[in-house]
Design a protein around this ligand. Structure first.
Ligand code: FMN
Length: 201
């Protein structure tokens, strides 16, 4: 009996430890974070312009190094352009291409001189933060989305540049197809205590 009780306790403990969403305490933001997953199949239902704006507003709430906000977005709903982007973009009702301005105004050499353009070393971190916000917002309003790679893969970047006609200085960072989920994708459990160190490694 004692053995059985112990086994039951161990199973219960394991279930709690493995849960991707432990105690959410009814917190909507945490619930969204714990439930986000990559969604790669979509119905044909279009997104409303309000939904599109919500996702863009969420993306632009991201933190940004020196608050430069180097992100730029191209929202693609035209099926021809989506097809040209290829892969999952052809199947989703809307595609958000997150791009970045890689240069920013630096400090002028002397007062009154023109500010030189210098690389913004944070541009891709800022774009990543904006992308995650977009993915979370999609989850929060019942949509499915997936981050698909672009930067730093030259071939894909050139394809996206050409299809969208991106200007010089604007680099495509990633491509995010979004739509109403067609399947029943579930969040993955990524909780790994062995990846955590406290105070020192
Ligand atoms: C930098 C980055 C690049 C990714 N590229 C792709 C991609 O090209 N195609 C794709 O289907 N998923 C891509 N993903 C999604 C990952 O495969 C996915 O996040 C991972 O498998 C974990 O699954 P989850 O998002 O459901 O938690 C990418 C994710 C990141 C962060």
């Amino acid at each position: 009996m004692k053995k059985f009780a112990f086994a039951l306790f161990a199973v219960a403990l394991a279930a709690v430890a493995c849960s991707p969403a432990p105690d959410q305490s009814g917190n909507a933001a945490l619930e969204t974070i714990f439930n986000r997953k990559s969604v790669r199949s979509y119905t044909e239902q279009a997104l409303s312009s309000q939904q599109i704006e919500t996702l863009l507003r969420a993306a632009m709430c991201a933190p940004s190094g020196m608050n430069m906000q180097p992100w730029r977005f191209v929202v693609v709903t035209d099926p021809q352009v989506r097809n040209a982007l290829g892969g999952l973009s052809a199947k989703a009702s809307a595609v958000f291409v997150v791009c970045g301005e890689t240069m920013m105004k630096g400090r002028p050499a002397e007062e009154g001189a023109e500010a030189p353009m210098v690389p913004n070393g944070n541009w891709n971190a800022d774009c990543a933060a904006a992308t995650e916000n977009l993915l979370l917002a999609a989850e929060a309003i019942g949509l499915g989305a997936v981050w698909t790679a672009c930067y730093p893969y030259e071939e894909r970047m050139n394809q996206v540049r050409t299809v969208l006609g991106l200007p010089e200085g604007v680099t495509p960072y990633c491509v995010v197809p979004v739509g109403y989920p067609a399947g029943d994708d579930q969040p993955k459990d990524k909780w790994k205590p062995e990846n955590i160190h406290y105070d020192r490694w």
